[in-house]
Design a protein around this ligand. Structure first.
Ligand code: NAP
Length: 231
C-alpha cells in the first residue's frame, strides 16, 4: 500500500485533515462527530449547510457530489489535500438517484488529481454477488430475491457501482459492507469478515459502523478490500 504519512495532532504538529461526504446523514453525522472528538480538521461537502448540525465546527463546502468542482474543493483544502476521505453517501429514497454512480467517480477523480490516496466508504453487503454465501439457503434466497432484487434494487445497483469504481481506482480504498443499519446504541462488539456476511448477520448499528470506519484510518489491513461487519 502506498499510504501518505498519517498526521496526528500532538502539540506542534498539524492536525489530521479529513474530508467527509454524506456528513449530514445518519452514519455520516456519527463519523463527523467522531472526527471532531478526535481533534481532526474536518471538511464536509453538504447540500444544505443551514441545517447541518456541525456547520460551526467544520469547514463546509456547499454543493452536491454531482458537482466536480465542489467535490474537488472538499478534498483539496487550502493548499493541500486531505489525509483521508470518508464517505457515507447514499440516496435519500429507494428510487433511482444515482448518487454513488455519479458521485464516487468524481471523488476518485478529484483524489487522483490532488494526490490524496486513502478513502474509506460506507458500502453495503448487497454489493457483491457472493456476499450471502455463508447464509442458510432459505435466507440467501429471501435476501437476494425479495430484498436485493426488488425492495433495495436501486440501492444495491448503486453499491455495485461504487464497488466497481473503487476497485478500478488505484487508490487505497476500503469499502465497509454492513447489512441493515440500525439507529440503536453501539454494542462495541460485532463480527468482521473479509469474505462474506457472517452467518446469520442481518443488522448492525450505525454507531458501530462509524466506529469501525474510524478505526480504518491508518489501518492497512483492509486497504484495497471490502470488509463485512455485522452482529
Ligand atoms: N439503510 C440501511 O439499512 C443500509 C444498509 C446497508 C448499507 N446502506 C448504505 O448506507 C448508505 C446510507 O447510509 P445512511 O442511511 O447512514 O445515510 P443517509 O442518512 O441516507 O444519508 C445520506 C447522505 O448522503 C447525502 N447525499 C445524498 N445525495 C447527495 C448529493 N447529491 N450530494 C451530496 N450529498 C448527498 C445526504 O445529504 P442530504 O442531507 O443533503 O440529503 C446524506 O448526508 C447508502 O449508501 C446505503 O446503500 C444502508
Amino acid at each position: 500500500m502506498r499510504q501518505r504519512k498519517m498526521r496526528t495532532h500532538p502539540m506542534g504538529e498539524r492536525k489530521m485533515k479529513v474530508s467527509i461526504f454524506g456528513a449530514s446523514g445518519g452514519t455520516g453525522s456519527l463519523l463527523t462527530e467522531r472526527c471532531l472528538a478526535a481533534g481532526y480538521e474536518v471538511t464536509a461537502l453538504v447540500r444544505s449547510p443551514e441545517t447541518f448540525q456541525f456547520r460551526e465546527r467544520v469547514r463546509v463546502i456547499q454543493g452536491s457530489v454531482f458537482d466536480a468542482d465542489a467535490v474537488r474543493r472538499a478534498i483539496f483544502t487550502g493548499d493541500e489535500g486531505a489525509d483521508v476521505v470518508l464517505s457515507a453517501l447514499g440516496a435519500r429514497s429507494l428510487k433511482k438517484e444515482d448518487v454513488l454512480e455519479r458521485g464516487v467517480p468524481l471523488i476518485v477523480a478529484a483524489m487522483r488529481q490532488t494526490g490524496v490516496r486513502r478513502i474509506i466508504v460506507l458500502g453495503s453487503a448487497g454489493a457483491l454477488s457472493d456476499s450471502l454465501k455463508k447464509q442458510p439457503a432459505w435466507r440467501r434466497w429471501f435476501v437476494q430475491k425479495i430484498v436485493y432484487n426488488t425492495f433495495l434494487k436501486w440501492a444495491v445497483a448503486s453499491q455495485i457501482s461504487q464497488w466497481k469504481t473503487l476497485s478500478a481506482s488505484g487508490l487505497d480504498w476500503t469499502m465497509v459492507m454492513p447489512p441493515m443499519l440500525l439507529n440503536s446504541r453501539a454494542r462495541g462488539k460485532y463480527r468482521i469478515d473479509g469474505e462474506a456476511l457472517p452467518r446469520g448477520g442481518s443488522r448492525i448499528a450505525r454507531e458501530d459502523v462509524a466506529d469501525f470506519m474510524m478505526q480504518q484510518i491508518g489501518n492497512p489491513q483492509w486497504v484495497g478490500k471490502g470488509v463485512y461487519v455485522a452482529y
